[in-house]
Design a protein around this ligand. Sequence first.
Ligand code: ARG
Length: 537
Amino acid sequence: MQKSIRDYLLEKIGKPVKLEHPEREEWGDYAFFAKDGEVEIKSDEVIERVEKVGGFVNIWLQNEWLSNKVSEVIKEGDKYGSTAEGSGKTVVIDYSAPNIAKRFGIGHLRSTIIGQALYNLHQFLGYKVIGDNHLGDWGTQFGKLIYMIKKTGTEDYTIENLEKLYVLFHQEPDDDGARKWFKKLEDGDVEAKSIWKKCVDVSMAEFERIYQILGVKIDETYGESFYEDIMPEVIREAKERGITSVSEGALVVEVPGFKTPLMLLKSDGGTTYAIRDLATLRFRKGKWSPKMIIYEVGAEQTLHFEQVFAVARMLGYAGGDVKLVHTKHGLYLDADGKKFATRKGKTIKLEEVLEEAIGRARKLGCEEEETAKAVGVGAIKYFDLSHNISSDIVFDWEKVMALEGNSGPYLQYTFARTQSVLSKASTQYLTPNPSPNLGEGNQRGEVVFNDEERSVLRYLYRFPEVVQEAAVRLAPNLVCNYLYELASKYNTFYNKHSILSAGSEEARNFRIGLTVAVGQILKNGLGLLEIEAPGRM
Ligand code: ARG
């Protein structure tokens, strides 16, 4: 693997300094803080100059080195930014995970969008990634549901109807009745199983529709019910290790540092969400030996995961070298700062939100249906991903669909712009040699660029750095910020200089090359966010 520019500079500096890209362009390409006289670094074929201001050492990279990146990006194409650093290591990403007989909520939307981005980022870095949709398809609530289906004689298994049954149940709860049905279900009773199966099928069909719109396909869908046979093993092993106790009839594990214990079995013997997660961990360890498991789940489940992780360590389901991470995503809020899930007491339907986004994309001028879908759905994804995972998001259609600013449509628009330039270039100039010729430009002895060209150039080499940091910090928003900067720099350049009728052939070829490279990086970056990049808008 080629040494990164960062490693090159660190080696030259010879001290573990914190190398950063300065906030302002006029402060150079890299900067670090060092006490006076502590480091001496000189210019070379990569470093154009070094300036010390206050305690800061600012480094400018050579034009020639920067411009070589153009051909590197073009040569690597769809692979630009990828590495093999994760090779041989497996990462499991637990994401989406909606609940059967309940609507696909906005929290599940966040999980799906973020989970897919984390999936793509790790895959790009060479990890073997397994996406697992841990469907909520088991638990005592299914006792309530089957009980109510029987009681009301429900035949029409729509999610809406099923959701209503929970509400009805709680108006007149019959816990014994519900418990009996869940017991039957766990004992494999044919009628209970067949009702349950119908609920699963109806729900899955609806979820599939949403995945289809989102363009997301999750590798595995084991779901909670899959772990039925493994749960007794967990109980056996927990008892063997002597970590269980009985509290008010329930089987629990005391977790050091927590006031409440983790419940494995309810007092009626019913299994819990927690024991299913433990069984899942046991299964994943045996099947994939992952180095890391990322749970893309909202912050409201923090206590659950802290306790489950702690007990999994006690049980040996995750060794000390295995990372267990809960991402703790924030909520969607509406403009009044309230939870977005409900509006005027009514639950917002996710499909309606996505449909509205597509409709708004049409109004932006996307004529073809495919493009409207790519832009509408892309806008929603991008809006989510451009926030910190842990932040709450205030949903704002103006920002989601903005054609200017840090938005999905803006990036897609910029990508389409690059493609439009290139389509003209290929017919006007680039035949019979369609590859932009940078060779001459680089052989000019002294490579000179105007400010706008240089400012785009200075962003090209940063993409691999950004991808890596976004994966390490589980922060797809870093990719968004970077793509936005890149697109802005390109647009500034585009608005000021002509590409196809540049003054010299050399300049024209260079600018075409720059355009290819920017388009390529936008495409790769949007791809990591699972956002399409239509060639035309
Ligand atoms: N179905 C759960 C919910 O909607 C999320 C599951 C998350 N994953 C897990 N392994 N617990 O709350």
